[in-house]
Design a protein around this ligand. Structure first.
Ligand code: GLY
Length: 432
């Protein structure tokens, strides 16, 4: 089996790792990949957004199926191009990927199909005064979002009306997110605890992975600016069995039915970013892919042959597929460059990865580069995802942080409280 993975981050390294464990012993190609994926397959020098070259590669190299990590190529139509050439691929079409690519579309879709989410209004970029009037009517806290893709930075949680005014100005007047801010969604702030739920779906049938929880803020105790994610753990006990039943009944099933009704069946991976209050889940956002760093904790818990599951998904038939998730826990601690998420240096030498792996952790690489002499150096904001599986959350945390301790690069920053909300709930029995 020949498989192409599109992307270059920690999620794609975790995908390569999970696929490489298959008894089918697949040949993996990762475009463009990173030094970590190079040890599991062949890195291919094609950017994740160069859709035409990726399709040519898949055709010429007789790739059996392709898995897409990041959202950008999905929103830009990679699935449409591959399907037009009969190249099997896991993911939604561009119109279906609007669930992530256009927050304005996602909100009106949820409203139309009665899917629980926060109240909202959408404004064009020239309607600053109107948007500000809505903010004043609603009061703070309130959330201001650029409708388009903004590399995970386009949602601004505003504690005061002044902050919301500044956020509107940033998106609508200063155009900080460019075209992504052509439309702006202003929505109510949701109280509760977040969870990420992933459904693999062929548009009709679906299966869930274990739920995970991301840590978006850069600082301990969820303080400071939001990042792409500073760590994750799974399963997230906030997503109890009762919550997951509600997620299926009130969110996933109506979403899939609604997309079929709209004439754009959704296939691939549906990521529901949820806020859960008193066991009532509401949708914060949809994404059209696996989360990063959630993939790094969800995939190691999967007992099934991922090659077989993704092959069925790429061929649009998940009927009869059930996922077996282990009873263990997994934790990923992201080690990031000093100054991330604002600005950060690159090219700092990284040591200790092998020692961390010898200690029982898995080190998924993200912002790394290998110099000609073989030295591994930093090359991005999120550098490594140090990941471990344990019998429970506590054990997984111990193993992941033991791995972190062995790794060094100048200015490395990481949160030392990954999983703290899960630990707080640890006394409650798992209800899944
Ligand atoms: N962990 C957040 C995301 O993947 O969008």
């Amino acid at each position: 089996m020949r498989i192409l993975i599109v992307g270059s981050g920690g999620r794609e390294h975790a995908l390569a790792w999970a696929l490489s464990r298959s008894p089918q012993n697949p040949d993996l190609f990762i475009a463009p990949g990173n030094p970590g994926t190079a040890s599991l397959g062949t890195n291919v020098d094609i950017e994740a957004t160069d859709i035409a070259s990726l399709a040519s590669f898949a055709r010429e190299e007789q790739i059996d199926f392709t898995v897409v990590g990041p959202e950008q190529p999905l929103v830009e139509g990679i699935v449409d191009v591959f399907r037009a050439e009969n190249l099997p691929i896991v993911g939604p079409t561009a119109t279906a990927a609007r669930l992530e690519g256009s927050k304005a579309f996602a909100k009106s879709f949820m409203e139309k199909y009665g899917i629980p989410t926060a109240p909202y209004r959408t404004f064009g970029a020239d309607a600053f005064d109107e948007a500000l009037g809505y903010v004043r009517d609603q009061g703070a806290p309130i959330v201001v979002k650029a409708s388009g893709l903004a590399a995970g930075k386009g949602a601004l949680v505003c504690e005061t009306e002044q902050e919301a005014e500044a956020a509107l100005r940033e998106i609508m007047v200063e155009r900080a997110f460019g075209e992504a801010g052509d439309r702006v969604v202003v929505e109510g702030f949701m109280q509760g605890e977040e969870a990420s739920v992933f459904a693999l779906t062929d548009g009709e049938h679906y299966v869930l992975t274990v739920p995970a929880q991301d840590h978006k803020a850069v600082g301990e105790g969820d303080t400071g600016p939001n990042t792409g994610g500073m760590g994750a753990y799974a399963p997230a006990p906030v997503a109890t069995g009762k919550v997951l039943m509600e997620v299926c009944r009130r969110i996933i099933e109506p979403t899939l039915a609604g997309m079929r009704e709209e004439g754009h069946p959704y296939s691939g991976i549906l990521y529901c970013g949820l806020m859960i209050e008193d066991e009532r889940p509401r949708v914060v956002e949809y994404n059209c892919r696996l989360g990063d760093p959630e993939a790094q904790v969800v995939l190691p818990l999967l007992q099934d042959d991922l090659v077989s599951v993704f092959n069925k998904l790429a061929h649009g038939n998940l009927e009869g597929v059930h996922l077996q998730m282990g009873q263990e826990s997994a934790v990923c601690v992201v080690m990031a460059s000093e100054g991330y998420p604002v600005s950060y240096p690159k090219g700092r030498s990284i040591t200790g990865v092998e020692e961390a792996e010898d200690s029982g952790a898995m080190v998924f690489q993200a912002g790394t580069r290998q110099e000609n002499d073989g030295t591994l150096v930093t090359d991005g904001g999120r550098v490594l995802g140090v990941t471990a599986v344990g019998a429970d959350l506590e054990e997984a945390l111990k193993k992941a942080y033991a791995g972190v301790e062995r790794i060094h690069f100048d200015g490395a920053q990481f949160r030392s409280d990954i999983g703290y909300k899960g630990l707080r709930r640890e006394d409650s029995p798992r209800e899944q």
